[in-house]
Design a protein around this ligand. Structure first.
Ligand code: 7RM
Length: 655
């Protein structure tokens, strides 16, 4: 990884302070207040988090021990406390805010539904009772494979209510991916729906489930099916059950299962640098406190806000800022099932206008795509309800930031560029909008109570401005991942091994500028970031080589204006290298194949056939060379070890 001074980086060095009006009403109103919080946390890390956890979480049994470091790098927080996350998200608001809207839902066709906290309580209890009726117990792992509807949140909250551990699999993932995740965690049940809707098409989730279960998944006893799209589905006797049938006649009350602070709330699979996705395991209380605090600090959440995070619940963003964070704060949150371009590219802004959304949080990839379609779409809508904007998932280029600020925020909404990961559970580096002046493209400064650093190869802090290094976190924080499900060693190796179990290594490279602002430079390992979704190059390669005609493949990323990174696959096939119509047909076939194996997000944008992959003497694929080729850059690598130099021309697509 590069450790040298970066000469030219696309930097907008202008500072964008919040308006006086925003600052005056903000939860944290000044740089001084922010500095005070950070200093407080630096002086007493445990005390800082203990105080917040005592006041912000409703405990059934309060904790006396804050942080247990005895098994480092396995850390536990609030270790003797007991709580229920669903109680904290729903029940505790009922007395004062029972009739407040918890979820505003809108379907792609325009159907809408408001769910109050009282109604949500009823739905979650009914569903939790259905889980119990089918023998689901505390600690069981349950896979959730749902469209982006309130029922996805009800399913997650229902699991949390009885102490079952959910593992949400994004509805865009294939049957094969679903099967792998079910088997890795030996899940006992699946929660799904007949289908979802996106871009006018029905996504046949139940059918994909059936395909996954037909291939294995011996641990599955029950498939809970929500009715949504109304498409025909096969129901297997004794295994599959409609949720509406199960809940009929069940009690609308379900006493929460009080669990230990460290009880796993969920697993969420994320890509690593090897083929096998990692089941990131999160806790209950630690996860919850960071979700709650970041809603207050970063999203500056207030009683009357209407909050919309556009992420699917299949990603960590949809966990922390759709299913848990907003509800735990008693916030009204918006859920939209559908594409951003139906019926036209103004759909997001139409939603903002009609639902009077005040805080809008999305990914740079969405911003760039909508930016391409022009200003007319946003300009046709009244966006005056907006007061704060956010981004997440990848670095945002200054051009898109400026557009977002001007065309959507009308230069009156601060933008919070939030850096965090599946593993961190909640925001780590982000502007606190009333306190921190922003710079386009920078996630600015770490949040209070979070010890972030940029270090060199020796693990020493880099103080010189603009020198790149490893982004690390040097003290445990409550919402940190606890382990990788079923693979303790991989947890230690992946996140702690590099610097003797002393620093959490995020896997991103980063630099700090002269003002101490953080600038994320990208992943160090071979993980692609396609439209804000993490994908291992190895995962795509594994899918490709599973095809009958493929011998070997190497996948690299190349920059893409819209998606952040596009997928470029070099492929070696059995027999003669295909050309002409045969090549075109095979490209189409392989793209379809990968979509089926992993999902549409993993579909290669470019596929190039080659007789050989370039390898080093030790047999490692020369990825750097392939990356240069994919990007159309001049080749500066030493290629003298290649068996035939002709291959380079072939890799470049020259013959
Ligand atoms: C929340 C999420 C994590 C990776 C992370 C980075 C990249 C995320 C930003 C960002 C620059 C940001 N979880 N990333 N946010 N890069 N600026 N604001 O995305 O586990 O799916 O991905 O995403 O590389 O390590 S994730």
């Amino acid at each position: 990884m590069s450790d040298h001074k970066i000469e030219s980086i696309l930097t907008e060095d202008r500072l964008f302070p919040p308006s006086d009006d925003f600052r005056q009403h903000a939860n944290i109103k000044s740089r001084a207040d922010y500095d005070k919080l950070r200093t407080e946390a630096e002086q007493d890390h445990e005390g800082f988090w203990a105080k917040l956890a005592h006041t912000e979480i409703s405990w059934s049994k309060d904790f006396t021990k804050t942080l247990d470091e005895s098994k480092a790098p396995h850390y536990s927080w609030f270790t003797d406390g007991e709580l229920n996350v669903s109680y904290n998200c729903i029940d505790r608001h009922l007395e004062k805010n029972g009739d407040k809207i918890a979820i505003i839902f809108e379907g792609e066709k325009g159907d809408t539904r408001n769910i109050t906290f009282k109604e949500l309580h009823k739905e979650v209890c009914l569903f939790a009772n259905a889980l119990k009726a089918k023998g689901i117990k505390k600690g069981d792992r349950i896979v959730i494979y749902m469209p982006m509807t309130p029922e996805a949140v009800i399913a997650m909250q229902g699991c949390a209510r009885i102490g079952a551990i959910h593992s949400v699999v994004f509805g865009g993932f294939s049957a094969e991916s679903l099967k792998d995740r079910i088997e890795d965690a030996t899940c006992k049940a699946v929660i799904t729906a007949d289908g979802g809707t996106r871009g006018g098409k029905v996504i046949k989730l139940k059918a994909a489930c059936d395909e996954a279960l037909a291939k294995g998944c011996a641990s599955i006893e029950t498939v809970f099916v929500f009715k949504r799209a109304g498409n025909n589905v096969a129901m297997k006797d004794g295994r599959d059950a409609w949720v509406h049938d199960l809940t009929a006649g069940l009690s609308e009350e379900c006493e929460p299962e009080w669990v230990n602070a460290e009880h796993p709330l969920f697993l969420l699979y994320t890509s690593g640098s090897t083929g096998k996705p990692k089941g990131i395991q999160h806790s209950s209380a630690g996860y919850l406190i960071n979700c709650i605090m970041t809603m207050k600090w970063v999203f500056d959440i207030k009683e009357d806000d209407i909050f919309w995070c556009t992420a699917d619940v299949g990603w960590i963003t949809g966990h922390s800022y759709v299913a848990y964070g907003p509800l735990a704060n008693g916030t009204t949150t918006v859920i939209y099932e559908g594409a951003p371009t139906v019926p036209d590219a103004g759909r997001f802004w139409d939603l903002v206008e009609r639902h009077k959304i005040s805080i809008f949080y999305t990914a740079p990839t969405a911003i760039r795509a909508l930016m391409r379609l022009g200003e007319d779409f946003p300009n046709r809508h009244d966006l005056s309800s907006l007061r704060l904007l956010g981004t997440v998932g990848e670095p945002i280029n200054p051009e898109a930031w400026i557009w977002y600020n001007k065309v959507i925020g009308k230069e009156k909404c601060p933008i919070v560029d939030t850096w965090w990961q599946t593993e961190t559970g909640a925001h780590i580096i982000s502007p606190v909008p009333g306190a921190i002046d922003t710079k386009p493209g920078s996630c600015t400064l770490p949040l209070p109570g979070i010890a972030v650093d940029v270090v060199d190869e020796a693990g020493e802090s880099i103080t010189e401005p603009d020198r790149g290094g490893y982004l690390v976190i040097s003290k445990p924080w409550p919402s940190m991942l606890r382990t990788i499900w079923g693979d303790e060693q991989r947890y230690v190796d992946t996140y702690w091994g590099k610097f003797n179990n002393r620093l959490y290594v995020a896997g991103d490279s980063c630099r700090r500028d002269k003002d101490g602002y953080f600038w994320i430079m990208g992943r160090i390992d071979d993980v692609l970031n396609v439209s804000g979704h993490r994908l291992g190059t190895m995962e795509v390669e594994s899918a490709l080589v599973a095809h009958e005609r493929v011998v070997e493949s190497a996948v690299v990323g190349r920059p893409d204006d819209i998606k952040g990174e596009a997928i470029f696959a070099f492929v070696v096939i059995k027999g003669e290298r295909p050309t002409g119509a045969d090549a075109d047909a095979l490209v189409a076939d392989l793209r379809k194949w990968v979509t089926k194996e992993i999902g549409a997000i993993a579909k290669p944008d470019d596929i190039r056939f080659t007789d050989n992959l370039p390898k080093t003497r030790s047999g490692k694929i020369m990825r750097r060379l392939l990356r240069s080729i994919a990007r159309g850059e001049e080749i500066t690598q030493d290629i003298s070890t290649l068996e035939n130099e002709e291959i380079v021309k072939q890799l470049q697509g020259k013959f």
